[in-house]
Design a binder for this molecule. Structure first.
Ligand code: AMP
Length: 291
């Protein structure tokens, strides 16, 4: 079977991969290492029959067990394998042997977003707005499927061959029909309701999008502090400050302020984010930032 990219055969391919096809390592020609994660390595690979280039993520069972993340990985695979959106990294399938688990992932040719952000220090309004609009569309799709991501941050975003943003890591995502209390995600991106361990729902992702928008434009997250306790305090107070920078317009600050609202029900809904004047004026309608 082929790992295909057009959507109808993609559906079929996904069904195949999980229900019929049992992948084995010899189905792939494994190339250079793309990167190293906490639990293993990621390699460029070619599926021999279809010739499709993929990213093969190799995880060591012993490390997964030791860190007690098998459950989280199962959830990640279950959720990500069913998602089909241009701004969400595809998970085509998985297989395992005695010692390792292999994830067959869409290859994001332009690599990690956070490296780009480090290189550029901060992004232009045009680039930031294009990314934020892409992410808002991906989150609308996810929430429509009752999935909350809960860990939107630069480290979890990859860039595809056209320059399109891809949400890549579903380790903290959940299928949700209820409000939840689990503490997860990364400190700088946690919303007040998660810091205070009160119930949270899909509104957490709107908060993270606000943090991300700020970080894209200013190059660092808004509540960053030397001590964790100080970051917590600033988040809970929503101690939001906009340093004077000539490259950030009042409209961008307005959008960020409407997403970083303590009362989660009052955060700007994602469809309204897409209609916000700053997005309308700056985001590339193609959804792709070409530089
Ligand atoms: P991870 O274990 O997911 O943190 O991946 C480790 C590193 O491998 C990342 O930081 C990326 O540089 C690279 N990587 C992971 N997945 C992909 C992918 N689908 N396409 C390209 N590079 C990837």
């Amino acid at each position: 079977m082929a790992i295909s990219t057009d959507s109808r055969s993609e559906e079929k391919a996904a069904q195949h991969s999980q229900e019929e096809k049992r992948w084995v390592l010899s189905d792939f020609e494994v190339g250079k290492a793309l990167g190293r994660g906490k639990f293993g390595h990621v390699y460029l690979a070619r599926e021999k029959r279809s010739n499709q280039i993929v990213a093969l993520k190799v995880l060591f069972k012993s490390q997964l067990k030791q860190s007690q993340v098998e459950h989280q990985l199962r959830r990640e695979v279950e959720i990500q394998s069913h998602l089909r959106h241009p701004n969400i990294l595809r998970l085509y399938g998985y297989f395992y042997d005695q010692t390792r688990v292999y994830l067959i992932l869409e290859y994001a040719a332009k690599g990690e977003l956070y490296k780009e952000l480090q290189r550029c220090k901060h992004f232009s309004e045009r680039r930031s707005a294009t990314y934020i609009a892409s992410l808002a569309r991906a989150l609308i799709y996810l929430h429509g499927k009752h999935v909350i991501h809960r860990d939107i941050k630069p480290e979890n975003l990859l860039i595809g061959v056209q320059g399109e943003l891809k949400i890549a890591d579903f380790g903290w995502s959940v299928h949700t029909f209820n409000r939840r209390r689990t503490m997860c995600g990364t400190l700088d991106y946690l919303p007040p309701e998660m810091v205070e361990k009160t119930e949270h729902d899909y509104h957490v992702d709107i908060w993270s999008l606000g943090i991300l928008c700020y970080e894209f434009l200013y190059g660092l997250p808004p509540f960053e502090a030397k001590e964790h306790s100080e970051t917590y305090r600033r988040i809970v107070k929503v101690d939001l400050k906009f340093p004077a920078k000539p490259f950030v317009s009042p409209a961008a600050k307005d959008l960020i302020s409407q997403m970083l609202v303590k009362n989660s029900a009052h955060r700007l809904p994602l469809n309204k984010v897409l209609e916000h004047p700053w997005i309308v004026q700056n985001a590339d309608p193609s959804g792709v930032y070409r530089g």
